[in-house]
Structures are given as C-alpha cells and as structure tokens.
Ligand binder design. Structure first.
Ligand code: ZN
Length: 151
C-alpha cells in the first residue's frame, strides 16, 4: 500500500497538523481570507512558525479579542476541505471554507443557546398546581399529610 505523505494543499511538503493548519502557504490564504472578511479580527496571533497548540494557547491568551469558537470552526473547516480533497477529489474553494466555518459557528451558538434554555426550563418549571383540599393545612410537625388527595 502506497501512502502519499505530501500535503494535499501544496503537494510540496510533508503533511502534519502544524503544516496543514499553519505552515502551508495554501492555509495562509484561508487565514488571510477570514481576516480580510473581518470574521476573525486582525488581533489573531497567527504565526506559521509555531505549532497549532501554541497558536491556540496564544489565541486563548488574547481573551475575547479573538473568538476561539471561530478559530476552532475554521480549523475544522480546513480539515473538512482536506478530507474532501483526499477522499472525494474535490477542488478546494476558499469561500466554501469560510462559509462552512461561519455556518458551523452559527449552528453551534443556536444549539448551545437552545440547550441552555432547555436546561433552564427543565430546572425552573413552576410547581405543579395542587388540587384544593377545601381546607388550609397549617404546617405539620413531623406528621404526614396527603397533599393532593381531595375528598
Ligand atoms: Zn502544504
């Protein structure tokens, strides 16, 4: 079995994560595109000479200046593009990479918001209305009474 270890984007260097996401000249164009479209702002600590983990740590250190969720979905979109090239012989389209990342980020936010709202609803449901017993109970001390049995 012959495995091609070349980067599918540039076809000139050995493919590894650091090269594919940061070192590859083709990936640079994708990063430039998202900055150009102001989707990831220019405070992005992009450095093709550091590893991807270091780069993500730098992004984290910038605080909210650079949105980590956007960086992550961009990486995911580049990865999807790479796989579509390798396994489906698709030609990469920089616009598609950006749009896919934007869609994924929007979808994540919607799902995240929905999950939080569902969680809130579940935990803050109003108490079930109790049927009237026709008489008021005073607080009982240790005694049990059947709330809800109306006779
Ligand atoms: Zn490359």
């Amino acid at each position: 079995m012959n495995i091609d270890s070349h980067c599918p984007f540039c076809q000139s260097e050995t493919e590894d994560l650091d090269h594919m996401f940061l070192g590859c000249t083709i990936s640079h164009n994708y990063w430039r595109l998202v900055v150009f479209h102001n989707w990831i702002n220019t405070n992005l600590p992009f450095n093709p000479h550091i590893g991807i983990i270091q780069m993500l740590n730098s992004v984290k250190a910038t605080g909210p200046a650079v949105k980590m969720d956007r960086v992550i979905t961009l990486l995911w979109s580049i990865w999807k593009t790479r796989n579509n090239m390798v396994f489906h012989s698709e030609t990469p389209n920089p616009g598609t990479i950006l749009i896919r990342a934007q869609k994924a980020t929007a979808e994540w936010h919607i799902r995240h918001k929905y999950a939080i709202n569902s969680h809130k609803q579940f935990n803050h449901q109003p108490p079930l209305s109790q049927p009237s017993t026709g008489r008021r109970h005073t607080r009982s001390h240790g005694g049990s009474h059947n709330v809800g049995s109306s006779k």
